[in-house]
Every structure is written in C-alpha cells, then in structure tokens.
Design a protein around this ligand. Structure first.
Ligand code: NAD
Length: 483
C-alpha cells in the first residue's frame, strides 16, 4: 500500500469499545481502523462476540424506563445540541477513518443534525388517525382510531459510505418512536458509530435502547438477522448482502436500501452550465461513494461534444488528495482494493472502446475524478454500480431512447433530469423505473425527512427518511369505540 505524508487532523488514536446496553464490551479481539489515505492507525475497537449479541437482545427486551414523547424529544434534541458542539471532532473522525475529504465530513455532520432535529420534531406529533364508521349504508355509529406502537427490537446494519448519517437515519427514527436498537455499523468505519453511540447515551438515552456491536459476521450480524426476537432488520448496503438478508431473515419486517446506478439525463434544451455543475457534483461528491451518486451521464447526442468540453474543464476543479486538507474536494475511496477495482472497470471499458479524457489514475486508495466517453452501453461500468469518482458519458438520440437506456440496468434508485421543458420532465417522472426523479437537481437531492428509497435491485420499495422510517419501526394498532 502506498504511504503518503498527511497533514493529519490532530486527533489522537481513538481507543473505543463496542457497547452492550451502555456497558463497554471487554474482549481480547481488537479491530484496528486505518486511514485509507496514509494507512496510519486512527483508532481501535474492542470487538464483541456471540455471547454479547445474546446479551444485547436480552437487555433490549428486558427494557427499562418507558419513554414519553417528551422524553424522546428531549434525548434527540440534546443529541442534536451535542453534535453541534462536537461537529469538528465528528468531522475529523469521519474523514480519518473513511478518507472522505474533511469538507464532505463537515457537510455530513450537518445532515445528521437535520436527522436529529426532524426526528425530535416528529416525536412530538400524534401519529393516529380516526375513521368515522357511519359513512356507508351498512355503517354504524362508531369510530375506529389508529395508534402506532414501537416494535420490540430493531437490528440496524449500516454501510461505510456515510459513517455518521447512515447511522443517524436508523437510530434517530427508532428513538423517536421508542424502539430499542442493536446497531451493527460497518467494520470499515466503526469509530464514528461508536462515538455517536456514546453521544446518545450522554444525551440521556436509556442504555437498553441501544447496543452497538461489531465482530465476525458469523457471530454478530448473521445470528441477529435470523433471531426471531428481532422484529425488524433495517439494512443499508450492497445488493448481494441485502439479498442474502432477504433470504435469511425469516418471518420479520425487512427494510433494504441497496445499491444504485443513477443517471443524470441531459436533454437537448438543458442549460449547459447547470448540467455540467450537477453532473460533476453528482459524480464526484463524497468520492462518488453515495448510493445516489451519478454513475451514468446520459447526454443528448446533439449537445454531447459541447457538454464534454465544459465537463472536462469543470472536473479539473475537483482537487483530489489529502482528506485532511481543507482544499481537497475528493478524498480517497474506502480502501485501496476499491480503488484497484475502479481502475479495473475503467481499463475494461477502454478495451471495449471507451476513451479516458481525464484522470483514470490511482495512487493507493486515491482515485482521480475520471471522465470516460464513448462508453459502450453494455460496459460493466454502466450496468453495475461503480462506487467511486467515475463519470462515464453516454449519448442518446431522443427521449424514448433516454428512458429505455436509463431503465436498462437492474437498479432503480434515483435520477436527475436536466431540462427546461415541462412536458419532457413529466414523461421522465412517469416513465422512469426508479424511486425518485429530481428535475434540474442531482439524483441524490432530498431532505432528511422526505421519503427515500429505490425499487428493483435498489430496494423493495419501502421508503426511509425520518418520517417513513418511524413508520417502519412501529406497527399500527386500531381500536374502535361506539360514538
Ligand atoms: P456492504 O453490503 O458490504 O456492507 C453493509 C453492512 O452489511 C456492513 O455493516 C457489513 O458488515 C454488513 N454485512 C456484511 N455481510 C453481512 C451478512 N451476511 N449479514 C448481515 N450483515 C452483513 O456495503 P458497503 O460496501 O459497506 O456499502 C456500500 C453499498 O451500500 C453500496 O452498494 C451502496 O450503494 C449501498 N448504499 C445504499 C444506500 C441506500 O439508501 N439505498 C445508501 C448508502 C449506501
């Protein structure tokens, strides 16, 4: 692995532990967490084993103080305040263990702030409905009321690519409804998740409400997925692991937020500067490691050459380097193996006739923002998810062709359409087989409380986002009364 001089960000090596219901796990097994940029050890985690997983289940089910709506609000709001105070520290931890540029890490703390804020607000709202029953010829003078009750235990499994926000998007809605959680964060980015766990305890979260476990998949993740006492598995990650969970989880609720292969589709009438800006932001932000990153740029053939010229210029401004440097825009990808994979898919596309017009090179886990043109429609790079700062450009002839091309992969997460023509925009909204269509925005555009999630291989169509996730972590009880 290549070593680099790093600015470093002044953080000491973080020595952390897994937690079973507020108690630090003690064991012989230690995970070392290394910076993908310079390979230095940035922290350690004392790992859990199968017995800890059992203890976590038992503690959650035994429960403790039942939280009122005001309690849940207060915990989430206090956590939000603590995160504001520790924003810089969290950003440094995210950047150190993931290699994401520090500016991206700071942005991510802002998103997690919003998740906590919206979850706190939502926890105060009543979630019931009322159905009058005297509304049909066979009606009665009664009313049916609904209320939501928390599930008894959630298992939340998160990926590496947003070490804080992914975790916040699972735990905060669960707290908002009072569902205890066992969190299994990514082994690649565990430090942020553990520090966030500690922050939540400090904010007043009763220990039984959260355990955070890492350890061998065969001892932690797999047995927990299968355990009948776990009522819901909420998973965000890759398609193969998500599909495996779908088959092993058994009789329980399963939420799957999986990979994506999102297009930005640039129509003939598009404002070119807007298109260039959004395509670059979509492809390169977070080192291209977002489920909703732009992974295909589809451009109308008449404007393709003009677009490519401006896009290459724009791409040069995405400086790639030391994640700790505030001037860096694109940090590393998650590890050297991922960068090697990206290099391989680029080379393979070139063998199939594509041209690299910018970047294409890798040093260690740093992958340059890479613009590739003339990419064949069947290239792996456009059919599979490549999780990195790659920008493959393909052209289309007309709207029918663009829609068919966009729908031609196994994924169906999100999309961005660049056009000023309302009729065309509406066609894409209606005809794309995806969870989200954003007009004149990147596919990843959302607010943290809006419904979010994909179809086809990207997910089962069950949405997340704070409000939808709160619904997932509850079941609806109805009761009726004479009226
Ligand atoms: P991954 O699937 O490799 O790992 C995700 C999590 O699953 C990790 O915590 C991992 O330890 C755990 N895991 C691995 N094997 C398991 C098993 N057999 N049973 C249970 N858990 C297991 O994903 P990753 O590489 O960390 O993350 C990148 C992927 O996540 C990309 O495909 C990306 O598109 C996807 N993602 C999707 C969304 C979304 O909302 N749709 C958001 C972010 C990332």
């Amino acid at each position: 692995t290549t070593q680099f001089p790093s600015l470093g960000n002044g953080l000491p090596v973080l020595e952390t532990n897994c937690y079973v219901a507020g108690v630090k796990v003690v064991s012989e097994k230690i995970l070392e967490v290394k910076s993908p940029y310079d390979n230095r050890v940035v922290g350690t985690v004392v790992l859990a084993n199968a017995a800890h997983a059992q203890q976590a289940i038992e503690a959650a089910l035994q429960g403790g103080k039942k939280l009122s709506r005001y309690d849940r609000f207060s915990i989430l709001d206090k956590a939000r305040q603590l995160l504001v105070e520790r924003k810089d520290e969290f950003a440094k931890i995210i950047s150190a263990e993931s290699g994401l540029a520090i500016r991206e890490a700071i942005y991510e703390t802002g998103r997690a702030h919003d998740v906590l804020m919206f979850a706190a607000m939502e926890s105060l709202k009543d979630d019931g409905d009322i159905y009058s029953c005297d509304i049909s010829p066979q009606g009665k003078a009664r009313k049916i009321f609904t209320m939501r009750e928390p599930l008894s235990l959630a298992l939340c499994i998160t990926p590496f690519n947003h070490p804080l926000n992914q975790v916040a998007h699972k735990i905060a809605p669960a707290i908002a409804v009072g569902t205890p959680v066992i969190l299994k964060p990514s082994e690649k980015t565990p430090l942020t998740a553990i520090k966030f766990t500690e922050l939540l305890y400090e904010a007043g979260l009763p220990p039984y409400m959260l355990s955070t476990l890492l350890g061998p998949t065969s001892e932690i993740a797999e047995p927990l997925v299968k355990d009948p006492r776990v009522e819901i598995v909420s998973f965000t990650g890759s398609v193969p692991v998500g599909k495996r969970i779908a088959t092993t989880a058994g009789y329980k609720k399963v939420i799957l937020e999986l990979g994506g292969n999102d297009p930005v589709i640039i129509l003939e009438d598009a404002d070119l500067d807007t298109a260039v800006h959004l395509a670059a932001e979509g492809a390169y932000r977070n080192s291209g490691q977002r489920c909703t990153a732009v992974k295909r740029i589809l451009v109308h053939e008449k404007i393709k050459d003009a677009f490519i010229e401006k896009f290459v210029e724009k791409s040069k401004s995405y400086l790639c380097g030391d994640p700790a440097d505030p001037a860096t825009v694109v940090g590393t990808v998650i590890d050297e193996a991922s960068a090697i994979y990206l290099e391989t898919v680029v080379n393979k596309a070139v063998e199939q006739g594509a041209k690299v017009v910018l970047g294409g090179k890798r040093i260690g886990a740093l992958m340059q923002p890479t613009v590739i043109t003339d990419v064949p429609r069947h290239a792996d790079m456009v059919m599979q998810e490549s999780f990195g700062p790659l920008a493959p450009i393909l052209s289309f002839t007309d709207i029918d062709d663009a829609i068919a091309l966009s729908n031609s992969t196994a994924y169906g997460l999100s999309s961005g359409i660049i056009t000023n023509n309302m009729q065309n925009a509406i066609r894409f909204i209606k005809e794309l087989k995806v969870g989200t269509v954003n007009i004149n925005e990147v596919p990843g555009y959302r607010i943290e409380s809006s419904p979010f999630g994909g179809i086809k291989d990207s997910g089962l169509g069950v949405k997340e986002g704070v409000i939808e996730a709160m619904k997932c972590f509850t079941f609806v009880k109805t009761f009726s009364m004479p009226w």
